[in-house]
Design a protein around this ligand. Structure first.
Ligand SMILES: [Zn+2]
Length: 220
């Protein structure tokens, strides 16, 4: 009789061990799977397609990105579509916004034309800024790419950059890379070869020194 008890007990104990092993294996497999998933890069279609390159856009899906501040909009702290606002004047560039969910995604910025890199610096109002010398609409211009993560820009001042080439990624929102602004691209085009970095001018007449990139895209 005692022998039977022992056998039942042994079978029971073995059963518990087997079940335990199975549960352990399942949970480690699950952990491995989770690890693999978190190691996978976030899949984003953030490379320029051939049609993107043809129209020289600065970001993937640029046309779909809501432009809170189009070219020439008169901004004041009271009326600005961006709150809180610290700027005042006529916007000299076009702002390209990120889509929701892109806050922690690397957003590549592409050169909209071919020409040398003229400046690469951190300044107030932009954070990181790249300036490129180009020819656009049959004249010398400088292109301002504002709110950039400079550490991601491989090119040096003086380097020739080809249209469509990746310049850098957007700076992290509300950091020194954007000088505390939201994550977005400010694209300004100033006529002439001087490095003029105003994001705003104080009279509408002064906008004549700047080119509206959206209008440029439509006419080309
Ligand atoms: Zn702007």
């Amino acid at each position: 009789m005692r022998k039977i008890y022992l056998i039942v007990l042994a079978v029971f104990a073995i059963g518990i061990i087997v079940v335990g092993i199975l549960i352990f294996q399942k949970s480690t497999n699950q952990a491995k799977q989770n690890q693999q998933q978190s190691q996978q890069p976030v899949v984003t279609d953030n490379n320029p397609s051939e049609s993107d390159k043809k129209v020289d856009i600065p970001l993937v899906r640029a046309r779909e990105r809501v432009t809170k501040k189009p070219f020439g909009i008169k901004i004041s702290p009271e009326n600005s579509p961006v709150q809180p606002e610290r700027f005042l004047g006529y916007h000299t560039g076009v702002d390209y916004e990120i889509f929701s969910g892109e806050e922690n995604t690397d957003i590549q910025v592409f050169a909209i034309c071919s020409g040398n890199l003229a400046a690469k610096r951190t300044i107030s109002e932009y954070g990181g800024v790249l300036v490129q010398e180009c020819n656009l609409e049959n004249q010398a211009v400088t292109i301002i790419y504002g709110h950039i993560k400079l550490a991601s820009a491989k090119q040096k001042v003086g380097d020739y950059i080809t249209k469509g080439e990746t310049l850098a990624i957007l700076g992290n929102g509300y950091s020194t890379e954007t000088d505390g602004e939201r994550k977005h691209l400010h694209l300004g085009i100033h006529k002439g070869s001087g490095i003029i970095l105003f994001g705003y001018v104080q009279s509408q007449a002064d906008l004549a020194n700047w080119i509206d990139f959206e209008a440029h895209l439509k006419s080309n």
